[in-house]
Write a protein that binds this ligand. Structure first.
Ligand code: CU
Length: 676
């Protein structure tokens, strides 16, 4: 087969994958469709007798059916080959109306409002892009701001402003406000590294006007030179250079897409989307060749909250303690992926839809990509040369399936991967790239710094401010059934005090089953322990309980005082692991209303109820954490910093589940001529 035929075949198979992505819902957990958003909009506006912007939609998402309903639909649809009636479709709406947050549940099947109530607690709903855009434009028509810009000798047409959530610092009364700070784009599009320091505006989001203004001091805007990241603007010398590389699949992708359900190798799962969470993986099951059936591992998993506190307590910076998911919408912040760059050429793409503040659907093209990944790694291998006259080598390449999104929240780009491995592992990857949070400074050399600069001097007048990234994952594991337990397999030193061995010590394991939530709040790294979610009701042939282990990667412990306001709101990061009993209403670790929330509806607070978690349907919460001390290599754009963790089968299978996997058929690649 020549190259052109290969390319054509690949194109056809890719197009086939794309064409099979459904636009209507056919699974109870499918994301809302554009026509459903329109229907919700019509029903709500009619009921409230209002129209935008008098009423704004802050959140519209699936009010997911009870788990038992989804699971019974799933099992009967498998038995009856997908002809089963879908559970009724309900939608959860948070709307702002008359300066109040209204929680509305709409039944789409019967087209009526099931319930509506006004939120009476603390905090505000997610911010829409539309209102942030309006707020960010206000300074340009605000006279004191224009005067401040002129006073600095800057060209107002080159000033771009951005929105910053304000947090909560003990105020008794909160107004729905945003802070605005601005950046200079003359000579470089890398605006975030060129702040116009000293100026902060406060915008009332309900009034949509500037309510507070401060111009505290004037320091130089960091220079444009050396800040560009566009290839077209770079000057020689260039490099390093690479030869092109690709994972070639002459027979097309090995995965199948049916609506939002994906199957590949021994995995099948549902891929959803939510404007707040981003991608959501549900009902992930793995096929067991011994048992000849799919066995469920994960009911639902997604990023629940994302806490990013900066470590500068000064007037223009102290409030920068973001909850990126609850305030800005991790799903809303998803950007269109660039084919053959963000995702390899063998990827298939999903569009995503959310509702703008007027309730109308907004499309993110190529929001999620799915692809098979072969990075040249080894799944398993062994060379045996001990047997006389025989040399045995068996090796299998490690191929996996990746679901990827990129959320760009202001300056930062977060690359979020769900990687399914045929060995049963699920790797959750977080890649940090984009632009650092930069503070302007008069300093041009570290020798000039007096006191705490709150960051690293990266270039002249440029400080990369210290900060943290905490991503909290919601992982409703169902290890071959819903009722599970959480077991700490503690590794403990045993001393040998008699003469039975030349050794003085060894380690062994002591299993400790968490009875209540308090037993499962864990700070990782303090003592050696394997954390396993088991099914206490099922065991392998030798009698081990079926399990999946949390294999942590990057973890960090908060360094802020626990009574510091940002940490009260971010208390769900106080532990790296929490386990809670499944509760449909406990979705968002930082609270449903995390903008200016007061930490009273967070994972940490729910966990204090200390409910029983043994042999129950439980949810594992794991926080990936990174303390970030910026360095010069992070500037002017950051090479991706990778973190994450792995969920790994532990006595879930009778033996290595990829023992009998065969080598993929060899792929013929075009012959290359060697360079002289
Ligand atoms: Cu960072």
């Amino acid at each position: 087969m020549n190259n052109m035929k290969l390319a054509l075949l690949f194109l056809i198979s890719t197009l086939f994958s794309l064409c099979t992505i459904a636009s209507t819902y056919e699974h109870p957990l499918d994301p809302l469709t554009p026509s459903e958003f329109n229907l919700v909009r019509t029903i709500v506006l009619k009921s409230y007798k209002a129209s935008p912007p008098k009423l704004t939609f802050q959140y519209i998402g699936l009010d997911e059916p009870d788990k038992s309903i989804v699971l019974s639909w799933l099992s009967s649809s498998k038995t009856h080959n997908k002809s089963t009636t879908l559970p009724r479709r309900r939608v959860f709406v948070i709307a702002r109306f008359n300066k109040q947050s209204h929680e509305i549940i709409v039944d789409l099947s019967k087209r009526f409002i099931v319930s509506s109530k006004v939120h009476s607690g603390h905090g505000f709903p997610m911010l829409t892009f539309d209102e942030q855009d309006v707020a960010a434009e206000l300074p340009h028509s605000y006279k004191p701001f224009i005067d401040s810009v002129n006073k600095r000798g800057l060209n107002i047409s080159q000033v771009v402003c951005s929105t910053f959530t304000v947090g909560w610092y003990g105020e008794a009364k909160s107004k729905r406000t945003l802070k605005i700070q601005c950046f200079y784009t003359e000579g470089s599009v890398n605006l975030y590294v060129r702040p116009v320091e000293g100026i902060t505006l406060v915008v009332d989001l309900d009034e949509r006007k500037v309510v507070q203004y401060s111009d505290r001091f004037k320091i130089p805007v960091p220079k444009a030179e050396g800040t560009e990241y566009r290839a077209s603007k770079q000057k020689p010398p260039f490099g390093p250079t690479f030869n092109g590389a690709a994972f070639v699949q002459p027979n097309g992708p090995g995965f199948k897409i049916n609506g939002h359900s994906i199957s590949w190798a021994n995995w099948e799962f549902h891929l959803g989307y939510d404007v707040r969470a981003g991608s959501m993986i549900s009902v992930a099951s793995i096929f067991d060749i011994e048992q000849q059936r799919y066995r469920r591992v994960l009911y639902r998993g997604y990023i629940s909250e994302f806490f990013v506190p900066y470590m500068d307590p000064t007037a223009d910076w102290f409030f920068k303690t973001y909850l990126d998911s609850g305030e800005f919408g991790f799903g809303q912040s998803i950007v269109s992926l660039v084919p053959s760059a963000d995702c390899p050429s063998n990827a298939a793409f999903f569009d995503a839809h959310y509702a703008g503040e007027d309730g109308k659907p907004v499309k993110i093209a190529n929001a999620i990509c799915v692809f098979e990944k072969y990075a040249g790694d080894i799944m398993w291998r062994h060379t045996e040369s001990e047997i006389p006259d025989e040399e045995i080598t068996e090796v299998r390449p490690d191929i996996s399936l990746v679901v990827r999104t990129v959320s760009t929240v202001g300056n930062y780009d977060y690359i979020i991967d769900w990687e399914f491995k045929p060995s049963g592992s699920i790797k959750l990857g977080v890649g940090l790239s984009g632009i650092l949070g930069i503070k302007g400074t008069p300093y041009t050399h570290v020798d000039q710094i007096k006191g705490d600069a709150f960051g690293t001097l990266l270039a002249e007048n440029t400080i990369g401010v210290h900060h943290d990234h905490y991503l909290t994952y919601y992982l409703d594991l169902d290890i071959d059934g819903e009722d599970n337990s959480f077991v700490k397999t503690n590794l403990e030193t045993v001393k040998i005090t008699d003469e039975s061995s030349p050794r003085k010590s060894y380690w062994t394991v002591v299993h400790e089953t968490a009875k209540t939530e308090a037993d499962a709040r864990i700070k990782l790294g303090l003592k050696p322990s394997e954390l396993v979610v088991i099914n206490p009701n099922k065991e392998t042939k030798p009698g081990n309980k079926l399990g999946y282990r949390l294999f942590p990667g990057t973890v960090a412990h908060p360094l802020l005082l626990s009574d510091d306001y940002p940490q009260i709101r971010g208390a769900f990061t106080n532990y790296n692991v929490f386990v809670t009993p499944y509760n449909k209403s406990e979705k968002w670790a930082g609270g449903l209303y995390s903008d200016q929330g007061r930490g009273d509806d967070t994972l940490n607070v729910w966990s204090l109820r200390n409910r029983s978690i043994e042999n129950k349907d439980i949810v594992l919460w794991h926080t990936v954490g990174i303390h970030h001390v910026p360095c010069q290599e992070d500037f002017p754009i950051m090479p991706t910093l990778n973190g994450g963790f792995e969920l790994r089968p532990t006595n879930f299978f009778e033996s290595n589940p990829v023992l009998k996997t065969k080598q993929p058929k060899p792929v013929r690649v075009p012959k290359c001529t060697s360079q002289p």
